[in-house]
Write a new protein. Structure first.
Length: 395
């Protein structure tokens, strides 16, 4: 039988377990890290936080995980050592949530943060009507997972909690999608009526009824309102008529020119570089990974010679620091190739704007040209990390 890294670590633990608890715990931490590397290497999309202590002759194992395979692997490992241990690991979502293990965004944009507090760093955003998986809660915040698998915290005011039946009902309702950059939902069929809420590009609400100039809609929390009919489309019709071509990627991208840069933003209200590429592809019918360092691992690698000759409109360009003998490649920026015989690309940096790799172009971007590290093609590529909205989305 092939000796794995974990098995080798177990040998080390067994050598120390009888005489030195500190070394035993250190060995167990090494095993835990190895399991994490195998089953939950990216903490942005998977949870595996395990701690070890020692009390009354037993190992105390605490922590949280949402990865059942990793949890079972750890338990099997501990049992194989014949060590007495107390299991206090929480496998999320657990019973603390009751049956409300899902949610839907109830505001035009919800801010999803790195920790359960309003002062925490903005990690990403969600759009009105977005279905979410709920993993945990702390005070007024819920740890949620977005459709692109990103895990972080949102305050309770931004979501409506649901059980599985309620979520299925929401997902199966006839819905509309908002197709303008910004607008309002009114309390009645008039722009002079009071405002129920604002709404922005990509927002989704339940269809209640159609009227000559307005659509009556319902929120996940059962509020109702009216949207101007020429500012929204029936979601199913929008989906059926999507044509994610190179020219349509450019068209959508250019409608966002001038949008402000916002670290962690993924909406028309503000977006970072990867939030911009996410929104462009979302409005072309695809959910793509959240961060640039994740996006570079999806799709098909193109332009291996880094000379822009192998690029097509819509390809994602990545920038950062190239790998060295001592350091791994580091991706820090992303944009969308337009080409247009001018080596143009569009990206969010300060705001959304067009730049060029051509030194003779008035929008020449020497800084990014010097840190260009590769490109990926998403259009026409089947990839588990590129979710087609025309397929049934499962949380």
């Amino acid at each position: 039988m092939k000796i794995t890294k974990i098995f080798s670590l177990l040998i080390v633990i067994l050598l120390f377990s009888c005489s030195n608890n500190t070394k035993l715990i250190s060995g167990l931490k090494s095993v835990s890290r190895s399991i994490q590397e195998q089953y939950a290497p990216d903490k942005r999309v998977a949870i595996f936080n395990i701690n070890f202590g020692y009390s009354d002759g037993k190992i105390i194992v605490t922590g949280t995980t949402d990865t059942k395979e990793a949890y079972l692997k750890l338990l099997d490992t501990l049992k194989s050592l014949e060590i007495k241990f107390v299991n206090k690991i929480r496998v999320l979502p657990d019973t603390t949530l009751g049956n409300k293990k899902y949610a839907v965004a109830r505001n035009s944009v919800i801010n999803i943060r790195s920790a359960p507090k309003h002062s925490a760093e903005l990690g990403t955003q969600g759009l009105l009507g977005m279905s979410l998986k709920v993993l945990d809660n702390e005070g007024d915040f819920y740890r949620i997972q977005t459709p692109d698998k990103y895990i972080s915290w949102v305050d309770k005011g931004g979501i409506t909690l649901m059980n599985k039946e309620e979520l299925d009902q929401w997902d199966n309702n006839k819905k509309i999608i908002y197709t303008k950059n910004f607008g309002y939902v009114y309390a009645d069929k008039s722009t002079n009526a009071s405002i129920v809420s604002d709404i922005s590009l990509g927002g989704i609400l339940k269809l209640v009824s159609l009227h000559p100039n307005y659509v009556k809609v319902a929120y996940p929390d059962n509020r109702v309102g009216f949207i101007k009919r020429d500012e929204a489309l029936m979601y199913d019709a929008w989906l059926d008529n999507l044509n994610p071509t190179e020219s349509n990627v450019e068209k959508i991208a250019k409608t966002m020119e001038g949008f402000p840069y916002l670290w962690g933003g993924t909406s028309a209200k503000g977006m970072d570089c990867s939030g911009f590429t996410k929104m462009v592809y979302l409005m072309n019918g695809f959910i793509i990974p959240r961060d640039a360092s994740q996006q570079i691992h999806a799709g098909k690698k193109v332009d291996v010679n880094l000379n822009f000759s192998d690029l097509q409109k819509g390809d994602l360009l990545f920038f950062g620091k190239k790998a060295t003998l001592n350091k791994q490649q580091r991706v820090t920026h992303v944009g969308i190739w337009l080409g247009n015989n001018k080596q143009e690309f569009i990206h969010a940096s300060g705001n959304v704007h067009i730049s060029s790799m051509d030194a003779n172009h008035p929008l020449y971007d020497e800084y990014n040209k010097n840190r260009y590290i590769g490109s990926r093609r998403y259009l026409g590529i089947k990839d588990k990390n590129i979710i087609d909205l025309r397929d049934k989305l499962k949380l």
